[in-house]
Ligand binder design. Structure first.
Ligand code: NAP
Length: 309
């Protein structure tokens, strides 16, 4: 594991992902010294109570000073401001990465703030839950999940290999991808599904005033699985939609066309069209299970202790 060893790692943002990362590093016995930083005093105190890292430093410039690897685990909308804060204090030759769910905006927005003396390699572990905060973290979150790295063309190969090795030592499978392509893929696999969940729960909550008890009572009919996704962190998801606007809008317009076709099939009693689609989608579910990306419990594609975001 030698080549993937970073002596000092600083994680900025002690939420679900940041705290899980710290716990995963400890569980993998990487022998790295881990510093946690967070803009909120209460969150950092909570992280300390949970003994998530080796040290806790509120001042982000001090937290990164001698780190070999810095990972930004803050909402996408806060990434570039954090990069500005730390840029003058980074160790020469350090690697800077992140875990944001959108990549092109981070590649440019964070990249332009950082000095040429560091290696900047954006990343996205495709693993998460609907929970947030330091107490939501757990060491196995990234195990058997994909971590996508989206370096710039001029990225140093040695630094990239080392970061790939780091994620693999946490149990992740890794893939290197173009940032724009990442955003397109995640728009349809994660962002649009979340938007649909937010929307359907919103619609039902408007109806709720009329039939509140029924909505809750019969939620196992499908609605319940959407409510779990729609309970995801509001700040994180606001930022995802604001920063992946192009790809999300493109996927949504395809989605609406297909929805219109389904409306028409229902209106004209075209049972064959409905049956064909429902059979095709069932095959997709099977291939996800075959690929080991979920268990066989019907729960909107995610197990209760972890899933994809
Ligand atoms: P989270 O639990 O809300 O954690 C975010 C943390 O960042 C909070 O502790 C927050 O502090 C802190 N923070 C916010 N602005 C900051 C700043 N300027 N400086 C320092 N700390 C700051 O969210 P999360 O789920 O871990 O998400 C973090 C990142 O991971 C996001 O970019 C998200 O897109 C990505 N991601 C999330 C998932 C998922 O399923 N949740 C999966 C993959 C990737 P407060 O205590 O003030 O809130």
């Amino acid at each position: 594991m030698g080549h993937s060893h970073y002596e000092k790692i600083t994680i900025i943002g002690a939420g679900l992902i940041g705290s899980s990362l710290s716990l995963a590093i400890k569980a993998a016995a990487l022998e790295s010294f881990v510093t946690l930083s967070d803009s909120s005093k209460e969150t950092l105190e909570q992280a300390e109570k949970l003994a998530l890292a080796d040290t806790y430093i509120a001042d982000v410039t001090m937290a990164v000073a001698d780190a070999d690897l810095v990972i930004l685990c803050v909402p996408v909308g806060a990434m570039s401001a954090v990069a500005s804060e730390i840029s003058a204090c980074l160790k020469i030759g350090a690697t800077i990465s992140d875990v944001g769910s959108v990549k092109e905006v981070v590649l440019t927005g964070v990249g332009e703030k950082l000095p040429d003396t560091v290696h900047f390699i954006p990343g996205h572990p495709v693993a998460g839950t609907e929970k947030s905060g330091p107490e939501a973290g757990f060491a196995t979150l990234f195990k058997d999940r994909w971590c996508i790295l989206t370096p710039d063309e001029g990225c140093d190969q040695g630094a990239l290999d080392k970061l790939v090795g780091f994620w693999q030592s946490l149990g992740s499978k890794t893939e290197v991808m173009d940032a724009r392509h990442h955003d397109m893929v995640l728009a349809i696999t994660s962002h649009v599904p979340h938007l649909i969940a937010y929307n359907i729960v919103g619609t039902a909550s408007d109806l709720e005033r009329v039939t509140r008890s029924e909505v809750i009572k019969y939620s196992a009919g499908g609605f319940r699985d959407f409510t779990r996704i729609a309970a995801s962190d509001p700040t994180m998801w606001r930022d995802v939609f604001l920063s992946n606007k192009g790809a999300v809008l493109e996927m949504l317009s395809r989605f609406s066309e297909d929805l219109t076709a389904l409306q028409r099939a229902i209106r004209w009693g075209d049972g064959d069209a409905l049956y064909d689609l429902f059979s095709r989608t069932r095959d997709i579910r099977r291939s996800i299970i075959d690929a080991g990306q979920d268990d066989d419990i019907a729960d909107f594609g995610r197990p209760h202790d972890g899933g994809d975001a």
